[in-house]
Design a binder for this molecule. Structure first.
Ligand SMILES: *Cc1c(COP(=O)(O)O)cnc(C)c1O
Length: 369
């Protein structure tokens, strides 16, 4: 049977890898440009609380570094981003030789999949969670195995361990978890790492807002990896910088298969400057903590969060109708319907500035039951 698109026969469609067919397209949060056009709203009046970006923007020191280094972009960056890895090392208090970087954490996850998960192999993903895990496992030909979190989004460790078998190569943990904002207990992470013959990854994209890192455990276990990003707290989402803290043996393997020069020259200098901007870091964490308290005024169930966002259950309404209504007012939040096993009544709201937080609360009061 021939495959057609718009009446045209796609002769070479059959050449696509099988893994392509298994992969669902990644659903990103909505952009300001998209909403301005669709609802005919001035972009200036739109607030974006859908992608967990930093409400305070980017570190002014990072912006200055970018401008000062702009004329250098004709040169390749250093192949292994030494300056950035040094700055990360100082920030996380872990040796530079254990730190690797990538194009966003997404890029780091892709490289780890190249190393560990191939056709017919399994990766365990406790849902609902960050949907890129499922995406990158599928793209690399692996099989995601989903286990559902409980009603408070905690992981039943024994239930997870029951799903481990000979094909299990990788386990994705996320603390604080996106979209729920809850963290894992260190003893649960230890138990999983010690019980399996697989790599355990702990995604700490939001860890600074929780102040509960488990990076120190990487020293103790050869099968534990921690990944982080500069997209959230550091306000560099547009630059795509992520990093990983790896056990000794894994670093050379990672460097063997990763894309060289992956982090660009300006992202390196911006990253270094942002990591050293203690004042901006402190202000950003404060803003999220204050915002989390304020957003408890929302007239629905707001889950306890240790991140820079909160998860809200808007039932008896659907997430779709609530997010649509907010969009008409120029407020972008995340409809979690596209998150596997999240149901249809959850929305995720990024902590904004105090004014933005009040606007979103006001927008939701219309729905009060
Ligand atoms: C945003 C996010 C990432 C991705 O970060 P990038 O560095 O922007 O690719 C990874 N994990 C979680 C849980 C996230 O929310």
């Amino acid at each position: 049977m021939s495959i057609t698109k718009g009446g045209v026969i796609l002769i070479y469609y059959k050449l696509l890898r099988e893994s392509v067919h298994k992969t669902r397209e990644y659903v990103p949060g909505k952009s300001i440009e998209e909403i301005a056009k669709k609802y005919n709203i001035d972009p200036e009046n739109i607030i974006k609380l859908g992608s967990n970006e930093n409400a305070l923007g980017a570190s002014p020191k990072a912006i200055k570094a970018i401008i000062e280094n702009a004329k250098e972009i004709y040169r390749y960056p250093s192949a292994d981003a030494t300056e950035l890895r040094d700055a990360i090392s100082e920030y996380v208090k872990y040796p530079r030789d254990n730190i690797v970087v990538g194009v966003g954490m997404d890029g780091v996850l892709d490289t780890l999949m190249r190393l560990f998960v191939g056709i017919g192999e399994e990766a365990i993903i406790p849902t609902p969670t960050f949907s890129y895990y499922e995406f990158t496992v599928n793209v690399h030909g692996g099989t995601p195995i989903f286990i559902r979190r409980d009603e408070n989004f905690n992981i039943d460790v024994d239930k997870l361990l029951n799903r481990v078998n000979k094909k299990t190569k990788f386990i994705f943990l996320c603390s604080p978890n996106n979209p729920s904002g809850n963290t894992m207990m260190e003893e649960d992470i230890r138990k999983i790492v010690e019980s399996v013959n697989a790599i355990v990854l702990v995604d700490e994209a939001y860890v600074e807002f929780a102040n509960k890192s488990i990076v120190h455990l990487v020293k103790e276990y050869e099968n534990l990896v921690v990944t982080r990003t500069m997209s959230k707290l550091f306000g560099l989402a547009g630059f795509r910088v992520g990093y990983g803290i790896l056990p000794d043996w894994m670093v050379s393997e990672y460097l063997r298969v990763t894309t060289p020069f992956s982090v660009n020259r300006l992202a390196v200098v911006a990253g270094v400057a942002a990591l050293k901007d203690k004042e901006f870091i402190k202000k950003s964490i404060e803003n999220a903590k204050i915002g989390r308290e304020i957003l408890k005024k929302i007239p629905f169930k707001v889950f306890q969060s240790e991140a820079n966002f909160v998860l809200v259950d808007v039932s008896p309404y659907t997430a779709k109708e609530v997010t649509e209504s907010l969009l008409q007012k120029g407020i972008i939040v995340r409809d979690c319907t596209s998150f596997r096993d999240a149901g249809d009544s959850l929305i995720r709201i990024t902590i904004g500035t105090p004014e933005q937080n009040e606007r979103v609360i006001e927008g939701l009061f219309r729905f009060k039951v």
